[in-house]
Design a protein around this ligand. Structure first.
Ligand code: ZN
Length: 425
């Protein structure tokens, strides 16, 4: 099933022509309405009117997450706020994105493509266990599922026992969440001795964090479903950028809305098709928050071979990791330098610490190991306890993610690496 065959199955040369026209219009829009881009283009002596081929995009400067943060909150918006109908932000609130009514319309449509490619139709009952909050997952998928005409159950995250009860009682046929949460649900169902055969589940559409083929197999076997991977970037739109079809061999990129490049993360030179590098995205149709050559920091490669499903859009390989040190924890991005900066703010100076990421069960856990403060003696245990509780509270609320904090001997945090990621692929 293809949601929009006239776009998704468009001939390559027609698609390239459409992309070029859209790119010219997008560049003209940002040049006119966003001072940041105007300054950038002028500095590189780029005239948006003088783009003749899609390769000309390489003459434009990259946009990084830091550029977005420096223009917090509305500096990169290309329309006045009265035209913005929705605002989302990253968990730590450092980047803010907006959508016009048209943006919401195309977002819903692109998510409808994702759901349709993953098996969902208007006959399905879709349970959405992404957060309905500032992040783009919950609301992004929700509007797409309604657009298809499916029956949507907005359970949001957490309360696994209730998720399973709803799944059983409401006869959910499609589950949408992060792969690690799907795995937790699958494991809980098994622990409770529920036969997955009594569930009505057929499809699982998972995204928000990298996952392996082995995890896919485990979820499919335990829940008796077909599980597909989908990819989104909050700064670019949210879910709806790319998704697998039933072939499950690479994620189709919605190229009539996004121009993608893969570059060497060190030299930033373009890489030939098939080589793994950093994915860079230019939005072609976004009105409120267009981005030009946004460095996603996600590592992937592009596949140009035609897909048996009939879609002609290029596919990207499942994300293989990051080109920076950002950790993706239960779908939320956390950077170790941000943790260090917060610790410095709380304590007056950055204490010796180590960030440990583990996956004791299905879900990731982050623990910050901290050395005792210089001045404290061990008889002040109660004080240290209060200190740790205060740090844990502040980190968790600023990062939008629950973080454990433990006191350890100074030499053990000073000798180890700053970040210890113990998760298996
Ligand atoms: Zn396909």
């Amino acid at each position: 099933m293809v949601w929009e065959p006239e776009k998704e199955c468009m001939q390559r040369d027609e698609l390239r022509q459409l992309q070029l026209e859209q790119l010219q219009a997008a560049l003209a829009r940002v040049y006119m309405h966003v001072p940041f881009y105007r300054k950038q283009f002028d500095a590189c002596k780029v005239d948006p009117d003088d783009f003749r081929s899609l390769d000309d995009v390489r003459r434009l400067p990259f946009t990084s997450k830091a550029d977005l943060q420096e223009n917090y909150p509305y500096g990169l918006f290309a329309v006045p706020l009265r035209e913005v109908v929705r605002i989302h932000a990253s968990a730590c609130m450092s980047t803010v994105v907006g959508y016009t009514r048209n943006d919401i319309k195309s977002w819903s449509n692109l998510v409808a493509r994702v759901l349709c490619a993953g098996g969902v139709s208007k006959d399905d009952v879709v349970q959405i266990a992404y957060g309905y909050d500032l992040s783009t997952g919950g609301f992004g998928i929700h509007y797409g599922a309604e657009r298809i005409g499916a029956s949507v159950i907005p359970t949001s995250t957490g309360n696994t026992a209730r998720q399973i009860k709803i799944m059983r009682d409401f006869k959910t046929t499609a589950l949408v969440c992060t792969p690690s949460y799907a795995l937790l649900i699958a494991e809980t169902i098994h622990k409770q001795g529920i036969n997955p055969g009594v569930l009505s589940l057929k499809y699982g559409l998972f995204g928000g964090e990298p996952w392996s083929e082995a995890v896919r197999q485990e979820i499919q076997d335990k829940l008796h479903i077909v599980a597909t991977d989908n990819y989104g970037v909050s700064e670019v739109m949210g879910p709806g950028v790319a998704s697998e079809c039933m072939e499950r061999k690479g994620l189709h990129i919605n190229e009539d809305h996004f121009l993608v490049e893969v570059v060497d993360p060190q030299t930033l030179d373009p890489l030939p098709l098939g080589e793994t590098g950093e994915l860079v995205i230019t939005t072609l149709t976004k009105e409120a928050f267009p981005v030009i050559r946004f460095r996603t920091r996600d590592l992937t490669s592009l596949l140009a071979e035609p897909c048996p499903c009939g879609r002609k859009t290029m596919r990207m390989a499942r994300v293989a990791g990051r080109s920076d040190d950002v950790l993706i924890i239960r779908g939320t991005k956390v950077s170790p330098s941000q943790i260090a900066a917060l610790l410095g703010e709380i304590e007056g100076q950055v204490p010796a610490h180590q960030v440990v990421v583990e996956r004791p069960g299905a879900l990731d856990e982050v623990t910050v190991l901290i050395a005792p403060s210089e001045s404290s003696a061990f008889d002040e245990l109660r004080k240290q306890h209060e200190r740790l509780a205060a740090i844990a509270h502040r980190l968790s609320s600023e990062l939008g993610l629950s973080i454990n904090v433990k006191l350890v001997e100074r030499k053990s945090v000073e000798s180890g690496p700053r970040v210890l990621d113990k998760r298996k692929a």
